[in-house]
Design a protein around this ligand. Structure first.
Ligand code: SF4
Length: 477
């Protein structure tokens, strides 16, 4: 649902008026041929979804309107992810669908954005005839010019990476928003060179956004009724902005405090942290402000120090566990989640066991778990043979998933009987009689609705049951 869309606001008003007639209006009813429309699909990390809102804002400035109906659009965009082979396969499958639409509606422009645009560059135009536009993550400002070139009969491509671009002055157009939670990108790129990762090649060098533009965006969102912001970066702990006027610098702990002070009713989350850079200063800020959520996503990738060295993660098992100890010491009720890769180059069974043992030791509430997918151009692809057979990778991944599911179940079972402050995000997926919302620990809780409560309200919920993925509860106030 595209929120900042005048057509849809009108759609909603009329919808409400006609509710009695159980009459569903579609966007086609409000299609205005005097306007150009764009349709965008986003894949991959939160950063990509946040970028799509920047793209939407730039296009809206150029007179485009967003639509959810591909067939109505003049411009079809896909914001791509390149993190694993599977992600790229998904993109190619979607292009086949776009191809059909373009055949039925000649003149429709098709554009590829994001990390796969950056990784393959002009190869797109050579390999995929339907693609008119290829735009990398740092070149979205150039979209209006590139669209003019395509409308002039050429192809449009800009994949130049920048050392400055943060889109700080562009107010994102919120897409698919529940009106309660929003992403705020605080930095772009990454200076870490994890050997398995394409991000430094597809998103460029690290640069931090002006702290005051981040604050202004948080204030604006709060005034517009949002009650939660997630500060986004590949490695938020290395956020560092030098104020050109005062010369003072703002680090991540200071930025967290600045955003937390917007209003006690504005929840603050952030992602992604890096074990080598997360400081006690950040942990103490989290402990000091009730509205900074007690949840940290701290990718470990592997539990074994030799593999961590091959991955160029710049910390070892012991360092990681010391960070985990510091988190639970300074914020006892904090929940931690992680990213784990199974079957990295030359990983032995013993080293795999180190990863398995890390999960209960760190007591992760949940993890994103994948088997190693070699990415072209990365350090690992150039230096290490991808020598773990796929069936071994899959078996190891399954063992990781099984242990994590047990640990998540125990983690959630331990919450039964506790009362949490929950921000209502909307109806539960399974039943419109239930609300869903998350506690500070980023756990989803489902509970029966009760008036006068509505989406965007904070309520107290007692946990009455739990699965490995969800908490079930009842309202206590
Ligand atoms: S920290 Fe490592 S894994 Fe994360 S984006 Fe940077 S290079 Fe990739």
């Amino acid at each position: 649902m595209y929120n900042d869309n005048p057509t849809l606001d009108k759609l909603k008003q009329l919808d409400e008026q006609k509710q009695g007639e159980v009459f569903e209006l579609s966007e086609a009813d409000f299609y205005d041929p005097n306007y150009k429309y764009f349709y965008i699909e986003s894949y991959g990390c939160q950063m990509n979804f946040s970028d799509s809102e920047i793209v939407a804002s730039i296009l809206a400035e150029s007179g485009y309107r967003p639509t959810r109906q591909m067939e109505l659009s003049d411009l079809i965009l896909i914001n791509t992810c390149s993190i694993r082979e599977k992600a790229e396969e998904t993109v190619r499958k979607r292009l086949r669908v776009f191809d059909k639409v373009k055949r039925n509606k000649p003149g429709t422009m098709v554009g590829v954005l994001g990390c796969m645009a950056e990784r393959l560059k002009k190869k797109w135009l050579e390999e995929e005839k339907l693609v008119d536009l290829v735009v990398g993550p740092d070149a979205y400002r150039d979209l209006p010019n590139l669209l003019n070139e395509v409308e002039g009969g050429d192809k449009g491509i800009n994949v130049i990476l920048s050392r400055e671009e943060t889109y700080a002055d562009i107010s994102p157009l919120r897409l698919d928003s529940n009106g309660v939670s929003a992403f705020i990108s605080i930095m772009r790129g990454c200076d870490n060179m994890c050997s398995f990762c394409v991000v430094p090649f597809t998103r460029g060098r690290e640069r931090s956004r002006n702290a005051f533009s981040i604050l202004a965006e948080a204030n604006d969102l709060f005034e517009r009724g949002y009650r939660e912001v997630t500060l986004l970066g590949q490695n938020v702990d290395s956020y560092k902005w030098e104020n050109p006027e005062s010369g003072e610098s703002v680090n991540f702990a200071m930025l967290l405090e600045m955003v937390a002070k917007v209003d006690p009713d504005l929840r603050v989350r952030f992602s992604t942290s890096h074990p080598k850079d997360i400081t006690d200063e950040v942990l103490h800020k989290m402990a000091a402000y009730e509205n900074i959520c007690k949840y940290i996503h701290l990718p470990v990738q592997s539990g074994n120090s030799r593999i961590l060295e091959l991955m160029n993660r710049t910390y070892d098992r012991q360092w990681y566990l010391e960070r985990i100890d510091a988190i639970y010491r300074i914020i006892p009720d904090c929940a931690v989640s992680s990213d784990i890769i199974a079957g990295f180059c030359s990983e032995t069974e013993e080293e795999h066991q180190d990863t398995l043992s890390m999960i209960p030791l760190a007591n992760y509430s949940m993890s994103y778990m994948f088997f190693y997918s070699e990415r072209p151009g990365t350090l690992a692809a150039r230096k290490y043979p991808d020598d773990i057979p796929t069936e071994v990778k899959k078996r190891r991944l399954q063992e990781i998933i099984d242990i994590q599911t047990q640990v998540s179940f125990k983690h959630n079972q331990a919450d039964i009987g506790k009362v949490f402050k929950v921000l209502i995000e909307g109806d539960s997926r399974k039943s419109t009689d239930d609300f869903k919302g998350r506690n500070s620990q980023n756990k989803m809780i489902v509970f029966p609705k009760q008036s006068p409560y509505k989406t965007g309200d904070y309520v107290q919920v007692r946990v009455t049951d739990a699965t490995s993925a969800t908490l079930i509860g009842e309202l206590v106030s």
